[in-house]
Write a new protein. Structure first.
Length: 117
C-alpha cells in the first residue's frame, strides 16, 4: 500500500504519479498535483482497482488531464477534489516557492488524515 499525504507533485516531464502494478493500492490526500507533462495520475491497468481513494487534492494544469481514463473514467476518485490554480508563490524553475498565496483555493482544503499512522 502506498500512502501519499500533504505533497506537491509538480512539473514532471511525464505523469505526476504512474501506477504500473495492480499490487499497489494508492491513497492520495491533501496534495497538489500540477503542471505535469502527462496525466496527474496514470495507470496501465484497465480498471481503477489499485486506487483506494484520492480526496481533498488539487488537480491543475496537467497536460493530459487529472487522471488517465483507466482511473475512474478520468475523474479523480474520492471527494473534495478541485481543479483550480493552487496559486503558488513561484513555479519558476530554480526559484520554486510552493507556499500558497493569499486567496488560494487550496487553503483549508485539506482534512486531517493522520489517524492510524
Amino acid at each position: 500500500m502506498l500512502h501519499i499525504y500533504n505533497s506537491v507533485i509538480h512539473n514532471n516531464d511525464g505523469h505526476g504519479i504512474y501506477c504500473w502494478s495492480s499490487q499497489i493500492l494508492v491513497t492520495l490526500h491533501n496534495s497538489i498535483v500540477s503542471d505535469n507533462g502527462g496525466y496527474g495520475v496514470s495507470s496501465t491497468l484497465s480498471t481503477d482497482k489499485n486506487w483506494n481513494t484520492a480526496s481533498n487534492n488539487c488537480w491543475y494544469n496537467n497536460t493530459s488531464g487529472a487522471c488517465s481514463p483507466y482511473i475512474s473514467l478520468g475523474i479523480p476518485p474520492g471527494y473534495g477534489n478541485i481543479t483550480e490554480d493552487p496559486m503558488f508563490h513561484s513555479t519558476q524553475s530554480g526559484g520554486e516557492d510552493f507556499r500558497l498565496k493569499p486567496g488560494s483555493p487550496c487553503k483549508d482544503l485539506a482534512m486531517g488524515y493522520r489517524d492510524g499512522f
